[in-house]
Design a protein. Sequence first.
Length: 193
Amino acid sequence: MPTTPSPCSNCRFSSNNLCLTNPINCGTIISMKTCTKCFESKPISLFAKLRRGKDGTSPFCKACAALYRREWGYKHPGYFSKMVSKHANKLRQHVINGYGGECVCCKERNSMFLVVDHVNNDGNIKRKLSRHMEIGANLYRRLIQDNFPSDYQLLCYNCNMGKRLNLGVCPHRTDDVAKVPYKTPGTPSNTAV
């Protein structure tokens, strides 16, 4: 059986955590609220903030909300991962369109093959310096927000791997740039003495 919220000590009227004696609140903040799931009276700090809520908080406590989400997740397996994947694909397509929709090296246009590449080969440094893991949707969001910065480009996967294995130069462009011999990571360089 639900319990009523604790009344305001000044005017004896209340709705959830704010006093409602008249259109203007009397200023008293009630520190307890009753959960609509478990019907227990709990401190207002145990309720999540919810802007659209009548009093700015969720109608049920955080523990009941977590239990509900867990039960709902068991009944609908894979729903959230599908939604996240769908959203990330939309962001990815927006980034591909923003960078011209083709590989800057070989002009491949199939979006299945296109990847975002760091022009200056400094992706590992940027990932170490950033506070958030900037891969996938996080990276796409930032690129859109920064209006597609010029230190990123689109490459097809072949050109991206070729650039990685050829010390930063795509094999398609070795005619344009002096040929750089391939050096296996971790092996000493062959230098003349």
